[in-house]
Design a protein around this ligand. Sequence first.
Ligand code: HPA
Length: 285
Amino acid sequence: MSYEKAMEAAEFIRQQYDKEIKIALVLGSGLGAFAEDLENAVRIPYEEIPHFARSTVEGHAGQLVLGEVSGVPVAVQQGRFHFYEGYEMEQVIFPMRVFGLMGIKNVILTNAAGSVRTGFKPGNLMLLRDHINLMGVNPLRGANDERFGPRFPDMTEVYDKALQEIAYDESKKMAQERFESGAEKELKSFMWRGVYCALSGPTYETPAEIRMFRLLGAGAVGMSTVPEAIAARHQGIKVLGISCITNLAAGMSDEPINHAEVMETGTRVAGIFKELLRRIISKIN
Ligand code: HPA
């Protein structure tokens, strides 16, 4: 049934926007500003799209924005459906199903995340090289619809290597340019590579849990992205994942973690983040 529902949603979106879309983006907590700069934008609130759930968390506008970035048509999910909000996994991944049926071949998943490594500072970005799914569920559990993809999808390369290289190269160029223009006093990278560990939330982690995730090889922790990445791979969509490090994870500083800090850091890096996304999109195209 989900396939038919996704088809209906895809048709509905196509009627509002007829340009061929190559790239979809999902904007994480505090990172919604990117959607404000799209050219010739069409905004569709989630409640108007057939079978879409509604976003409830603060900091998520809850709309699909279709428009152009440097002339490249993109679909942007401004606000996502989190598992911790109470949505079924089917609802969490529904937009990805729709993107796939719209013929979109690349997706950029972004999120706010806590750093598990002292070297990954708030305001830095982390390029996902892999993930560990500790949400306790898999979004593909249940009957498989072969029209989306195979029963047992391979997850050897969830985050596309070629897309990772594009993102990494662009971040390097930006760091160089920021240094040369005097915007930064020293030449410093703002993007690292690491493994994203997904938890169901909504609690932040305990310090003992964070120590465990560090031992497991995680670079950052968060409450999203993995369900969408799995669904996208199931459908053969290429995935690029970028975390905005908004805070040091639990126990790594003297401060407790709060949502306001997460949102603030997102706003603080919005400029760099938008510019990086714009460059990546031009390069993918
Ligand atoms: N933990 C989990 N999710 C998060 C965090 C964190 O520290 N920061 C932003 N999202």
